[in-house]
Design a protein around this ligand. Structure first.
Ligand code: SF4
Ligand code: SF4
Length: 192
């Protein structure tokens, strides 16, 4: 079946860039037919790139500095006395657009004052890292300065279950030397 296709004249088409070249069907000169100048020109471009600063790095031996606003794996902070800051209020879970956070609230018992800062705490706190989009809204929503995003990278895994991070991976260590430094983020929050 024959289709009638109407083509616009080439001059009427909108010009997107000024890089287009009109193809001229002229005969090649003797030098052009040798191809050597073109090959040498190409080699010169390659040669010039040897001395340019490389855009790539040899990861993982070399690692780039993270941007100050990078948002990676979360940390649940402790206070100066080593008690968990989180009171299981649930505001982070409500703010999370990916519904990645879940928790179980529990009452602090007598004798647990050294573990949890307030009467209520999260006995279970989980973040599904496959859902998380690292937007930082949980950090923004937290009234207790308990959850922060850090520059730590979420590790890869072969199993989906390995991406459900519980308190064992989220709450920072009680060892003062192993605390997660969130000073930069804290400063940004307090100056908002
Ligand atoms: S960073 Fe965003 S997506 Fe990830 S847990 Fe927090 S609020 Fe949810
Ligand atoms: S991390 Fe913050 S917002 Fe989330 S439950 Fe704990 S105290 Fe509330």
């Amino acid at each position: 079946m024959e289709h009638n296709i109407t083509r616009l004249p080439i001059e009427s088409l909108m010009q997107l860039t000024n890089r287009s070249k009109v193809v001229v069907n002229k005969k090649m000169s003797f030098v052009e037919r040798l191809y050597l100048p073109a090959i040498l020109g190409g080699l010169m471009i390659t040669f010039r790139h040897f001395f340019k600063k490389k855009a790539t790095i040899s990861y993982p031996e070399v690692q780039r500095d993270f941007s100050p606003v990078y948002r990676g794996q979360h940390v649940l902070k402790r206070d100066e006395q080593g008690r968990e800051n989180c009171t299981a209020c649930g505001l982070c879970a409500v703010a999370c657009p990916a519904e990645a956070i879940s928790m179980t609230a529990s009452e602090r018992k007598k004798g647990e004052e050294h573990l949890y800062r307030e009467e209520k705490y999260a006995s279970v706190y989980e973040i599904n890292m496959l859902r998380c989009i690292f937007c930082g809204l949980c950090e923004e929503a937290c009234p207790k300065e308990a959850i922060f995003l850090t520059d730590r990278i979420v590790s890869s895994d072969y199993q989906r279950n390995g991406f459900i991070y519980g308190k064992d991976q989220l709450v920072e260590s009680t060892d003062p030397d192993k605390r997660v430094d969130i000073a930069g983020r804290l400063k940004a929050h307090r100056h908002q």
